[in-house]
Design a protein around this ligand. Structure first.
Ligand code: NCD
Ligand code: ZN
Length: 346
């Protein structure tokens, strides 16, 4: 198959940033997705419906396309998120979830949650209102190795949480391990996961053998090959619990290529070619549409898109860098040749 037409996808996990960066991020994702679930890790974070409303307006002013584009907003769960904040947000047609960042786990997570015990009434309110919890699933304990942080989070935090709030809808974001695949597969209904292109394309050897490649550094960190293989198997399985979320997260060249480089990969400009390459390598292009365009809206209780996109198998040179106003970002696989290209959207 050298050409494939699918229902137009959505991106169920993206970092659009703010200010000048929005001019590029919003339009890159809107070129192939009708909806994007926008992460709230700005400084200061998006904590209330008012914050989300104002951020959504800034996003829509940066959008210059003519297609449909609908940012779905998330609130940042902090130690002081009250049930009243949840109840207000749940009434909004464009707030689609609340994001849990364990404090210190990743970029701009200083305001994150230090413990879930005091947030139980808030989680109960989310369960009652039907507002999903989006989870960055890593513990931050100093004594837990960075490669084990996702698996330990599932055991210590997520599994008990999913049991204690049996109706709470939970998305384990950007999963990176076989442990997460196994957990989500066997979890009750209402538990799902997003998978990024970088975790399907690369393992930790790609990042570390022969030199350190800072543009492959993201969180949760790339794991060993057996985990990448488990993620690929989950993505092409046709199991509706696994769907597309790029986690596209731009950082400038200077902040990535640094003695203490930032975590995050930029993929919004070419996300569908990345995913298509993986599904093609796996001989599973027929499973791409479910993963990219059906299972996300089904899980969130939204209509599937009516538009279509067409991808062609054709050499597609990836730029060395992308301009973000005054700043420069090296996207994932900068300077390489991708094997698929987005041909059209209609
Ligand atoms: C994200 C970012 O830069 O905002 N970085 C990343 O490595 N994925 C934050 C996140 O999703 O963890
Ligand atoms: Zn993210």
């Amino acid at each position: 198959m050298s050409r494939i037409t699918l229902t137009k996808p959505d991106d169920w996990h993206i970092h659009l940033r703010d200010g000048a960066m929005l001019n590029r991020t919003v339009n890159d994702v809107a070129a192939w997705a009708n909806r994007a679930v926008v992460m709230p890790n700005l400084t200061p974070p998006v904590k209330t419906l008012d914050d989300a409303t104002a951020y959504r307006e800034r996003i829509m002013s940066a959008f210059t396309g003519s297609s449909n584009f609908e940012p779905l907003m998330t609130l940042y769960l902090t130690d002081s998120t009250t049930p009243a904040i949840i109840e207000e947000a749940a009434k909004s047609p464009f707030v689609c979830g609340v994001k849990l960042y364990p404090a210190g786990a990743t970029t701009n997570s200083a305001a994150g949650v230090t413990g879930l015990e005091s947030l139980k009434p808030t989680l109960a309110a989310m369960e009652a209102c039907g507002l999903p919890l989006l989870v960055h699933g890593e513990v931050t304990d100093h004594d837990i190795d960075i490669f084990d942080r996702e698996a330990v989070f599932i055991e210590r935090i997520l599994a008990p949480l999913v049991d204690e709030f049996p109706k709470l809808r939970v998305i384990l974001e950007h999963i990176t391990t076989k442990d997460s695949v196994d957990f989500v597969e066997s979890a009750r209904n209402g538990v799902a996961a997003t998978i990024t292109p970088q975790h399907l394309l690369f393992d930790r050897n790609d990042m570390l053998v022969g030199g350190i490649r800072p543009h492959l550094f993201c969180l949760p960190i790339l794991k060993r090959n057996l985990h990448k293989e488990a993620l690929r198997a989950a993505a092409i399985s046709g199991n509706p619990k696994f769907f597309l979320g790029t986690d596209s997260a731009p950082h400038t060249l200077e902040t990535k290529e640094s003695a203490c480089g930032c975590a995050g990969c930029y993929t919004a400009h070419a996300a569908l070619p990345f995913y298509a390459e993986v599904f093609d390598e796996e001989g599973a292009l027929d499973k791409l549409e479910g993963f990219a365009s059906h299972f996300g809206p089904d899980f969130y209780g939204k209509a599937r898109n009516s538009e279509q996109v067409t991808l062609v198998k054709e050499d597609n040179p990836s730029p060395l860098s992308l301009s973000f106003g005054e700043s420069t970002v090296a996207p994932l696989r900068a300077g390489e040749t991708l094997s698929w290209r987005l041909e059209s959207t209609e």
